[in-house]
Design a binder for this molecule. Structure first.
Ligand code: AMP
Ligand code: MG
Length: 424
């Protein structure tokens, strides 16, 4: 029997929000609340396709061509007129040769033309015979098997038809979409300006990596993590540094940032304790900040709101909490800035490698590793301590454990969120 995975609950994860879940928001409801504070970026950058990777489409795009534009051969072989069908053993003269990019002349009944992959089907032909399915006989071929009309032809419009919707406004431009648009002959694309997102760390104990470390200090892990995450998510980032646990200083910094950013993300001090200043600072800066308590672990309450024209997200200080809450609420806000509809991240079911036992009540995101054994994939849960970064680096993604689950046998599927998808 494998050891029992007992998910640990570090002392500093316990807080007032550990109490009953009924007053807490569902993750879906929290996503919607968070997104509602952000407004789509309206400025449009008209960019060459090659420079648009990582941007978001300003509008939906429709096909301006049928693609491919003509019937073409899917293989190297012979274009034939199959009509009602040709029998094996038929001998057919080769009257021409059509390479990709060339155009053939009309075939008459009984004639064939040598043809290559991607070349247009000549008029009069209605099928292609693979070269492996013929025998050469002088200037003719002999069919090794019967041929039916339509064989090995890629018909015009098989990929997309004129007027088809290729992508919605708000879609992320990635290598696949670039290929689809390029295949349409599209050289320039309308994208939204990259959202400008500031990242600010708060806390008297938080020190800049590279600076000397005081006796009760920790290095800032959240800001570099969030800046990296935002960069790969297609944002323009503003490194807003570290600010002390002082509501006035924080408010001043927030006001400055609000003037030039679409979103401000802070970490630390987002809860409702005596030493938590982010909400007060947001109010002092003339903004709104509402605490969202979700039935989520890790994740103390987060703050969502608005300061001036900028949306505001206040994340918990523990790095894993900050990452999980950002992956949910931050992603929802970014989706709205990009003009698309936020949706919760979708995990893929993967069977647990070990039995699970834990306190139910909150949906839990646990760093997890994919184990591949005998062609099977299983999910091993790592430490759920939200202050620990090493398990994140050792993991392949998060396992999502539903709120009501207290025990699960090995083999029970859990939703797995690969970092590759979740973190951009
Ligand atoms: P807080 O949310 O301010 O109560 O902080 C929770 C925990 O996260 C505390 O142990 C903080 O020291 C830690 N913490 C806060 N900010 C950061 C940061 N930028 N990087 C790493 N740890 C942090
Ligand atoms: Mg703090």
């Amino acid at each position: 029997m494998p050891p029992l995975a007992v998910l640990d609950a570090p002392a500093n994860d316990a807080c007032a929000c550990d109490r009953p879940t009924s007053a807490k928001l569902s993750i879906d409801a929290a996503l919607a609340r968070a997104a509602a504070w952000a407004s789509p970026v309206t400025d449009v950058d008209f960019l060459p396709l090659g420079a648009a990777a990582g941007r978001f489409l300003a509008h939906s795009v429709r096909a301006r061509l049928s693609s491919p534009a003509f019937d073409r051969s899917a293989v190297d072989g012979y274009a034939v007129r199959a009509g009602a069908g040709l029998e094996a053993g038929e001998r057919l003269p080769v009257i021409g040769r059509i390479a990709a990019g060339a155009r053939g002349t009309r075939l008459r009944e009984g004639e064939v033309a040598r043809i290559f992959t991607g070349a247009p089907i000549p008029p009069g032909a209605d099928a292609v015979v693979m070269q492996e399915d013929v025998r050469q006989d002088g200037n003719a071929i002999v069919l090794a098997r019967p041929v039916h009309a339509g064989a090995h032809i890629r018909p015009a419009g098989e990929d997309v038809a004129l007027g088809d919707r290729l992508a919605e406004g708000g879609a992320r431009v990635d290598a696949r979409l670039i290929a689809l648009l390029a295949a349409q002959g599209i050289a320039m694309v309308a994208t939204r300006r990259r959202p400008r997102v500031a990242v600010l760390s708060t806390g008297d104990e938080v020190a800049e990596p590279g600076a000397p470390l005081g006796p009760a200090a920790i290095y800032d892990a959240n800001r570099p993590m969030l800046l990296a995450l935002l960069e790969v998510s297609g944002c323009e980032t503003v490194d807003a540094g570290i600010v002390r646990d002082d509501p006035r200083e924080q408010a001043q910094r927030l006001s400055m940032l609000a003037e030039r950013c679409d979103l401000i993300v802070t970490s630390g001090g987002a809860s409702v304790g005596e030493e938590d200043y982010a909400a007060r600072a947001a109010h002092l800066a003339g903004g709104d900040a509402e605490p969202l308590a979700m039935a989520l672990k890790p994740g103390k309450p987060a703050l969502v709101g608005r300061i001036g024209a900028a949306a505001f997200l206040g994340l918990p200080g523990n790095p894993v909490s900050a990452l999980v809450v950002f992956s949910l609420l931050g992603r929802a806000m970014l989706a709205r800035l990009a003009g698309s509809t936020p949706s919760p991240p979708q995990g893929l079911p993967v069977p647990l490698a070990e039995p699970l036992s834990r306190k139910p009540g909150r949906t839990e995101f646990v760093p997890a590793r994919l184990l591949r054994e005998n062609g099977m994939v299983r999910l091993a849960l790592l430490s759920s301590n939200s202050a620990r970064l090493q398990p994140l680096v050792d993991a392949d993604g998060f396992a999502e454990i539903p709120a009501d689950v207290a025990h699960a046998a090995p083999g029970t599927p859990a939703a797995f969120h690969a970092f590759a998808g979740l973190l951009g």
